[in-house]
Design a protein around this ligand. Structure first.
Ligand SMILES: *[C@@H]1O[C@H](CO)[C@@H](O)[C@H](O)[C@H]1NC(C)=O
Ligand SMILES: *[C@@H]1O[C@H](CO)[C@@H](O)[C@H](O)[C@H]1NC(C)=O
Ligand SMILES: *[C@@H]1O[C@H](CO)[C@@H](O)[C@H](O)[C@H]1NC(C)=O
Ligand SMILES: *[C@@H]1O[C@H](CO)[C@@H](O)[C@H](O)[C@H]1NC(C)=O
Ligand SMILES: *[C@@H]1O[C@H](CO)[C@@H](O)[C@H](O)[C@H]1NC(C)=O
Ligand SMILES: *[C@@H]1O[C@H](CO)[C@@H](O)[C@H](O)[C@H]1NC(C)=O
Length: 418
């Protein structure tokens, strides 16, 4: 066991940002407060956006968006980028959170750390994927730190940690042979040795589900609850579900299963490119903000609920533009796409095997997510205690259906023992 109290005290001291503070016990990890300041890159970004030429009209208008992002949508996004998008305002809202960096295993790891008032709050790490960032959780971070009841009236709040994946936003690119298991080890170090939490809960989606499941499976002494909106197991076809697993789907599930099959059969072009030739793509779009907008914007539009931007959904054009701006301005698009090639061997497991843990597992399905796992399948890989299927939302639940994700995350409180 590490001397948590010393590390926590050192962290508290740092948080007070007292420049003259010295401490005889040097902290093992140097946690530095961090502020986002990317203003210097904005003029060039907007110049490139302005100067990029797009075709006057679509080559094949009848195809609509069936062949990828629609030209008119891309043009509309570009107009907004130039005319109404306000980077300083977005940056200020990002800086409303407490950001830090710390060196772990030679990598600079960037993270948000927002604490609850209650000393018994549950430490919770929120793990984003591609093409996402900490922004995916911005609408719910503060709420999670506040006291609220679970469905059984258990009072719950969280100390929330949102790291940037290595190679994403402000976290440094990892070595070429880095995998999601390495990220899990770094996240475990972040939560325990760096931040002083003995145990914690984890939520993961998309590529964030890889390290989250690895924490659940490989760090069972510290990871005491895990919640997923996606799991790192190859989704099955409707036939395989029936033949291998004798699973019959409800009609709502059959809809989601059909979405999943569509993604598996016709939605994998970007996946193949990022798995096999990340340098080609990464270099082609490195200094090309409109190119990044087409590549990333397509995913936000295609993978969200068709009702995106209405009702509870916050997946607006502005949300897409601030995400793409973050990728462009941090020069992290190239390193981010490597996560596919680095995990080509074991990123999606074929065999559904139960994790080495007795810790509770929760799962939230969303109607328009790109992949679907029915509860019977999810229960093969963990101690499934809660499965909610939501009829609004898609692949980015923190922005597509924040109230549902927030409520489900709070349910961790019902199962939390430490
Ligand atoms: C939770 O508390 C509210 C207000 O006291 C009450 O109306 C409700 O029935 C309680 N729910 C449960 C599940 O105990
Ligand atoms: C929360 O639960 C407590 C019981 O534990 C109850 O007294 C209180 O009214 C609940 N609050 C709300 C907003 O339901
Ligand atoms: C991964 O690459 C680093 C150098 O970047 C090297 O030190 C390390 O031994 C490699 N690890 C494995 C498992 O090959
Ligand atoms: C398949 O599941 C059904 C119920 O859903 C059950 O009646 C049947 O016995 C199962 N078949 C096998 C081979 O397990
Ligand atoms: C944690 O994993 C180890 C190794 O697989 C296993 O021996 C142990 O029983 C697990 N602990 C729990 C609490 O599941
Ligand atoms: C989070 O809290 C704010 C302020 O109390 C509230 O306006 C917002 O609706 C909450 N978000 C969700 C998803 O409940």
């Amino acid at each position: 066991m590490k001397p948590h109290s010393v590390i926590v005290a050192a962290h508290a001291l740092l948080s007070l940002a007292s420049p003259s503070a010295t401490h005889r016990d040097q902290p093992k990890y140097d946690i530095r407060p961090f502020r986002i300041d990317l203003d210097h890159g904005v003029p060039r970004m907007l110049d490139l956006v302005r100067e990029a030429r797009l075709p006057e009209r679509p080559e094949y208008p009848s195809l609509g968006d069936s062949a990828g992002i629609d030209l008119d949508v891309l043009k509309g996004l570009r107009e907004e980028w130039l005319n109404s998008f306000d980077w300083p305002k977005e940056q200020a809202s990002m800086n409303d959170f407490k950001h830090f960096t710390v060196q772990i295993e030679g990598l600079k790891i960037h993270f948000i750390h927002e604490k609850a008032a209650d000393p018994s709050a549950i430490p919770l790490i929120l793990a984003h994927g591609w093409p996402g960032s900490f922004l995916e959780f911005a609408p719910i971070i503060r709420n999670l730190t506040q006291q609220a009841n679970t469905s059984t009236n258990k009072s719950t709040s969280f100390n929330v940690v949102v790291p940037s994946l290595p190679g994403f936003a402000f976290s440094s690119p990892p070595p070429a042979n880095w995998t999601i298991d390495d990220t899990a080890r770094v996240y475990n170090t972040l939560m325990t040795d760096v931040l002083g939490y003995k145990t914690f809960a984890v939520f993961g989606t998309d590529w964030g589900s890889g390290p989250s499941y690895s924490l659940y499976n490989n760090f069972n002494a510290t990871t005491r609850a895990a919640h997923f909106a996606f799991v790192p197991f190859l989704p099955k076809t409707v036939d395989a579900l029936k033949v291998d697993d004798n699973i019959t789907l409800t009609s709502a599930e059959a809809f989601e299963e059909a979405e999943s099959e569509t993604w598996l059969t016709t939605g994998q072009g970007y996946f193949g490119e990022q798995t096999t030739d990340p340098n080609t793509l990464g270099l082609a779009l490195y200094d090309n903000p409109v190119g990044q907008l087409a590549w990333i914007g397509d995913k936000y539009i295609d993978y969200s609920d068709p009702r995106a931007g209405t009702g509870v959904s916050l997946v607006t054009h502005n949300e897409i533009l601030r995400e793409v701006s973050l990728y462009y301005l941090t020069r992290s698009f190239l390193s981010s796409v490597f996560i596919y090639s680095q995990n080509k061997a074991d990123g999606f497991k074929q065999n559904y095997v139960k994790a080495n843990t007795d810790a509770p597992m929760l799962f939230s399905a969303f109607k328009y997510n790109i992949a679907f796992w029915p509860p019977q399948l999810v229960s093969k890989v963990g101690n499934l205690v809660l499965y909610h299927n939501h009829d609004f939302g898609g692949h980015f639940p923190g922005i597509d259906n924040p109230p549902a994700l927030l409520a489900d995350l709070r349910e961790i409180g019902n199962y939390w023992l430490e």
